[in-house]
Design a protein around this ligand. Structure first.
Ligand code: SF4
Length: 363
């Protein structure tokens, strides 16, 4: 049974300089057409209705009008009977109080805000539309309507970003009434404005220092570092993202979304014309057992809690110590990994070497 669903809203009011996600500029009529295809895709491809988590991401879901948001939430309503976590991404400037009331009335209980920085010059460089005042205002509005589980996305290693700017952003954010912080280190992708302008992210040494600074400040302010790049107040870890990291199955719906069902991974098309013609899936791929094992280890070790050894045994009917005897022996001896309470996990500070750790499992 699949318990998780991601739905991608491929519209944005403005295009950010670093973005290579599947998205297009907001056009009212295109949204109307897209909604009709989403309705059909849900009907044709989502068979389990007792979902535990739904994540509406983007793009910018909050770029939709109040009526369009309501139409989308109505399409998802049949799947929300047993929902535990229902998240929507939003940009601060487009999440009006009217939209928040609609979200609340359909059971949305978590907002993920694209904040990125609290420094205006960095926001301008990224072509973001909001300012720090918008962020504070929208968080107050979320709480006013009763959506108090609020996550904030932040970016670091931005071109010319200083350590002082990063520290100030972190201190601004940790003092807000939020429950969760996700960090993203900038990668400059092809076909982005940053690439065209030949901007560069910061050297790796600086990036590492910024990451360590974030760990220091977030944990100092009561956020638990529960995954490589994610921090949460007690009990507010993202259930949806944890499903990805535990390598659970999930539906991916709409343009550019990916999903995984019974070892079959698929990527939906990023081409609007194809999507509107109901040609949803662009590629699909059946993973063999070894790949599933490796991916489960790779994703689980991102979390502080690590990989459940009993879950590994339940899924594969094999003991991980038998399958990966050599690498495990080596990594446990080096104390990069530890086993505690039947969980295999990274030793403190080993997150920084996760890439090297995982290579051992590939041999
Ligand atoms: S809002 Fe998000 S999806 Fe839209 S352009 Fe910016 S980064 Fe990309």
């Amino acid at each position: 049974m699949v318990e998780h669903l991601y739905l991608h809203v491929p519209f944005c009011n403005k295009i950010c300089s670093y973005c290579d996600f599947a998205k297009t500029g907001y056009q009212e009529r295109l949204v109307e057409k897209w909604l009709k295809v989403v309705a059909k895709e849900l009907e044709e491809r989502v068979f389990d209705t007792e979902l535990a988590t739904i994540y509406i991401g983007g793009g910018t879901p909050s770029s939709l009008s109040v009526q369009q948001l309501e139409a989308l939430l109505l399409l998802l309503k049949p799947y929300t009977k047993k929902i535990k976590e229902y998240t929507i991404e939003a940009n601060p400037e487009s999440l009006s109080i009217d939209k928040l009331y609609i979200l609340k009335s359909y059971g949305i209980n978590r907002i993920s805000l694209g904040v990125q920085s609290t420094h205006q010059e960095l926001l301008d460089m990224m072509n973001r539309s909001h300012c720090y005042t918008d962020v504070k205002e929208v968080i107050a509005h979320c709480i006013q309507v009763g959506i108090c589980n609020i996550s904030v996305d932040l970016m670091y290693s931005l071109p010319n970003q200083t350590m002082q700017q990063w520290e100030e952003t972190l201190y601004d954010i940790v003092q807000l009434p939020i429950t969760h912080i996700s960090l993203y280190s900038l990668t400059i992708e092809d076909n982005t404005v940053f690439k065209k302008k030949q901007y560069e992210s910061l050297p790796i040494e600086m990036e590492t220092k910024m990451y360590q600074k974030a760990i220091h400040i977030c944990t100092q302010y009561g956020f638990i570092h529960y995954e490589i790049s994610n921090f949460a107040k007690d009990g507010k870890e993202s259930l949806h993202n944890k499903a990805y990291w535990k390598y659970k199955d999930f539906y991916g719906i709409s343009l550019g979304a990916s999903g995984k069902i019974q070892q079959q991974r698929y990527d939906n098309t990023r081409n609007f014309k194809s999507y509107l013609n109901h040609e949803y899936i662009q590629t699909s791929y059946q993973e063999d057992e070894k790949e599933v094992m490796f991916n489960m280890i790779m994703m689980s070790l991102r979390m502080k809690e690590g990989l459940s050894l009993s879950e590994f045994k339940r899924v594969f009917q094999k003991d991980i110590m038998d399958v990966y005897q050599k690498p495990l022996q080596k990594l446990l001896e080096l104390k990069y990994l530890v086993i505690e309470n039947q969980y295999l996990k990274c030793q403190k500070d080993s997150f920084l070497f996760l890439h090297d750790i995982l290579i051992e499992f590939l041999d």
